[in-house]
Design a protein around this ligand. Sequence first.
Ligand code: DUC
Ligand code: ZN
Ligand code: ZN
Ligand code: ZN
Length: 465
Amino acid sequence: MRLDLAIRGGTVVTASDEFIADVGVAGGRIVAVARDLPEAREDVDATGLLVMPGGVDAHCHVDEPEYMGARLADDFASATRAAACGGTTTIMPFANQLPGLSLRQAVEDYHERAHGKALIDYAFHLIVSDVSGSLIGQDLPALIADGYRSFKVFMTYPGYMLDDRQILEVMDAARRGGAVTMVHAENGHCVHWLSQRLEAAGRTGLDSFAESAPSAVEREATHRTIALAQITGAKVMIVHVSSAEALEQIRWGQDRGISVLAETCPQYLLGMGHHLHEPGWEAAKHICSPPPRGEDDAAQLWRGLQQGAFQLVSSDHCPYRFASGDGKRSQGGEHPHFRKVPPGLPGLETRLPLLYHEGVTQGRLTRQQFVALTAVNPARIYGLYPRKGSLMPGADADIALWKYGEHRTLRHADLHDECDYTPYEGRDLSAWPVVTFSRGEKVWDRGWVSSAAGRGRHIDDRSPS
Ligand code: DUC
Ligand code: ZN
Ligand code: ZN
Ligand code: ZN
């Protein structure tokens, strides 16, 4: 067989090994990983570079409806472009069920939003916000049969928050179909009560945000999620874990054999909580839910990654612009108010370089753990493996070539999303992707986006993991 592409002489990194080899690609798939592969139509010299599976970002918000008067900055074109430039080759955004619409309508709507725009491949998780009617009995089982195998529920947020009974129903229906229930675990009643108390005390500045959603709020909801998982027998994924207290609950559940998986994100690993106390509007750049905590929590989260309590590091990319009226400042008027800033941070493009620097370069993670947390595990858990997240023959040729050992400074001006800031401005990076391939095609090539939007496809053969 004539190879279309040979990536030669790089250090191939998988979740278990690392070795010098060539990677051969034909028909968009990996066909060989070996030394001295025969001639190919195109040769890429990867000497001195890392050759890793492209990242799978299993948590990001793209082109979702307005929230708190704010619009997300990224549609499928800009989100997938930013992801590709950051070494990610698959994204898993949400199809968000709007009130009054069926989950099926939400799915069809998001397919339309992505179609013709995406640069890399994608699959959807479905946000369940309305459990009435035929959702549990018919819609959810039918969607599972069609290959949708992950559903997200919220324990907070007006319009999204489900009660325990409703969550039990979703978990039970998901379990029957072999699907994963993702849970945003914060106790919405507590957040609301604390927020009103802070307001009544006149404490409306952005420095009150963290106090409106302390760790206890997350710890309680995490424990409740685990109890509901135990009762239903469902497999749950606790998303965006921010605190040591929530992690303790996750360990508690895992130690007892309950099916509880967990995800954290760079914003929680960097101990950025102090930014919430910056004056004026500046803190809004760091407002997300749950709130970023301090260094002590971050240190515990790293231990959780090292010990396997967490399976995933995702971005939770949720890009609201800082300066413009339809973003972070949409509802605030002149004075910043902690309840009026839409929560969310951009992070699709920075997830992998930040985790590599803070994890691998700083000696907290091996490269194997890095690949497991960012590519292999998300693909496995959500039914995309081994087509995605793998360098094995037969896998899609989704590959990132990484330069490492030099330093550069992270600047928003160098990023490719449509947001207008990065919360990580000025951070030091010691590795970054220089070339990204999606199904064997270069989409990011040493500083240039090298393919056209619209080539990305929905991954429709998700099988139960
Ligand atoms: N948290 C955020 O910060 N933004 C989007 C949704 C979420 O759960
Ligand atoms: Zn969430
Ligand atoms: Zn999210
Ligand atoms: Zn440095």
